[in-house]
Ligand binder design. Structure first.
Ligand code: ATP
Length: 453
């Protein structure tokens, strides 16, 4: 089987309504995308799967949903104002703006010229005005990561939930980065979603938990359908670590354009909670934090035995929804040779991620009896609460099967004339293309089994 190309995925996404260029009718907006009917379902399924594994299947993690607009003080004390930048160079020949660390052999990738400016730091944060007066003083940032609002809410969550260390706060939502060169479809964009966990532990237990979370996250990606062979772990070298990190392991995936970061698992020590705490002098913070914080909170925990205050360490698994989406599509997509010059495109998604869980197809679109029976079955399957079920009334059974193979629907149910006589339907399996007949009253049970595998 040949490797899937980015062009194949882009074309599928557009053709079938997974992803569209944002603002397309006005020429688009670079590095920004919209999700169509199927893309929205797949994205929601992926996020739900993450939320289930983080919040519902554990007893030591709470979820929050914080604001996107962020007080500049938060991002000053987190270090983002000073250091959240990429090295920018300009090509003097073709005027392209480039990220220096993405250039090879000191040549402009667009025109080949070596006439480049010296690199200068370019801060990636978007600013916006808050309130009616635009004098530059009333601004907020669009958050560049969801993490900081988890740290600023640490005390709120600790005070309102009955947790002791180790415990975590999970958040899922939009983040914004003014990337110098957005590229590779949805891999590097300016508006994206992150799935982030901040898992707080006692100082000294951080290395153990770093390893535990790396293993858990690897297993989760495999459960979403990524092949172990397409994944590598990368220990980020000391000199490349972000300003807050003591150690970072990146989960790298073989995207169509190369091996790149899918998720980062960082050991952030006490840097963030320490930076946002008042009275830092009595807290014994190990990381070098900004002094004189304007915060009025002490983001620390009192040891019940010694009565001493300490700032927890934190392990942060941080994954991008879009990169996950792209990896999952890449893994699931294949073009199968059916012999005699025929082929089919199939998206072998794990059923819990499939945008459409089942399609119910009346054999003839104008036959009222068939359509009515199909509608009743569709409603019954929909009521199972397992995700979207579609009444596919296009009238062409072959085309319907091909469409649903291509969008990853695990199961098609055809209502035909025999159904009217003996109450059976045809169930077609996406992966094997096998067709079996089943009694109508067994269809719901079979559906549950297919989706929960
Ligand atoms: P990169 O080195 O590729 O720019 P990063 O190390 O800056 O990524 P993090 O700050 O660790 O990324 O962000 C956590 C996750 O958020 C990444 O692993 C990635 O999945 C996602 N992410 C970060 N930047 C983008 C982006 N511009 N577009 C899409 N996803 C992103």
């Amino acid at each position: 089987m040949t490797a899937t190309s980015m062009d194949q995925l882009v074309s599928l996404c557009k053709r079938r309504g997974f992803i569209f260029q944002s603002n397309e009718i006005y020429g688009g907006l670079q590095g920004i995308y919209d999700y169509g009917p199927l893309g929205t379902e797949l994205k929601n399924n992926l996020k739900r799967s993450w939320w289930n594994s983080m919040v519902y299947e554990r007893d030591d993690i709470e979820g929050i949903d914080s604001s996107i607009l962020t007080n500049p003080s938060v991002l000053k004390h987190s270090g983002h104002e000073d250091t959240f930048s990429d090295p920018l160079v300009d090509c003097k020949n073709c005027k392209s703006r480039l990220r220096e660390d993405h250039i090879t052999e000191n040549k402009c990738p667009d025109c080949g010229s070596e006439d480049l400016t010296e690199p200068r730091p370019f801060n990636l944060m978007f600013k916006t005005n808050v309130g009616p007066i635009e004098d530059g003083s009333n601004f907020a940032y669009l958050r560049p990561e969801t993490a900081q609002q988890i740290f600023t809410n640490f005390k709120n969550v600790m005070d309102s939930t009955p947790h002791h260390l180790p415990f975590g706060i999970a958040q899922l939502g939009k983040a914004f980065r003014n990337e110098i060169t957005p590229r590779n479809f949805i891999f590097r964009v300016r508006e994206f979603e992150q799935m982030e966990l901040e898992f707080f532990v006692k100082p000294g237990e951080d290395e153990k938990w770093h390893k535990i979370w790396t293993d858990l996250r690897l297993k989760w990606w495999e459960d979403q359908g990524l092949d172990k062979k397409s994944i590598e772990l990368f220990n980020v070298p000391q000199e490349e670590l972000a300003h807050y990190s003591k150690a970072t392991v990146d989960i790298m995936y073989k995207f169509p354009h190369g091996l790149e970061e899918l998720e980062g698992i960082a050991s952030r020590t006490d840097f963030d909670l320490g930076s946002h705490s008042k009275d830092q002098s009595d807290l014994n913070i190990s990381a070098k934090v900004q002094e004189n914080t304007k915060s009025n909170a002490k983001l620390a925990i009192q040891d019940q035995n010694t009565k001493e205050w300490f700032v927890p360490y934190v392990i942060e698994p941080s994954a991008g929804v879009e990169r996950g989406f792209l990896a999952i599509l890449n893994e699931a997509y294949s073009v199968e040779d059916l012999g005699e010059g025929k082929e089919r495109t199939v998206l072998a998604l794990k059923p819990h991620l499939s945008p459409i869980k089942a399609a119910v197809i009346p054999l003839k679109r104008n036959n009222e009896e068939l359509v009515e029976k199909a509608k009743l079955l569709k409603n019954e399957l929909q009521k199972q609460g397992l995700g979207r079920v579609l009444l596919e009334n296009s009238g062409n059974i072959g085309k319907s099967y091909r469409r649903h193979d291509e969008i990853g629907t695990p199961m098609c149910v055809t209502v035909d004339f025999q159904s009217l006589e003996d109450g059976t339907v045809t169930i077609r399996d996406r992966d094997t293309m096998e067709q079996t007949r089943l009694n109508l009253d067994q269809t719901s049970e079979h559906f549950k089994q297919v989706i929960n595998t």
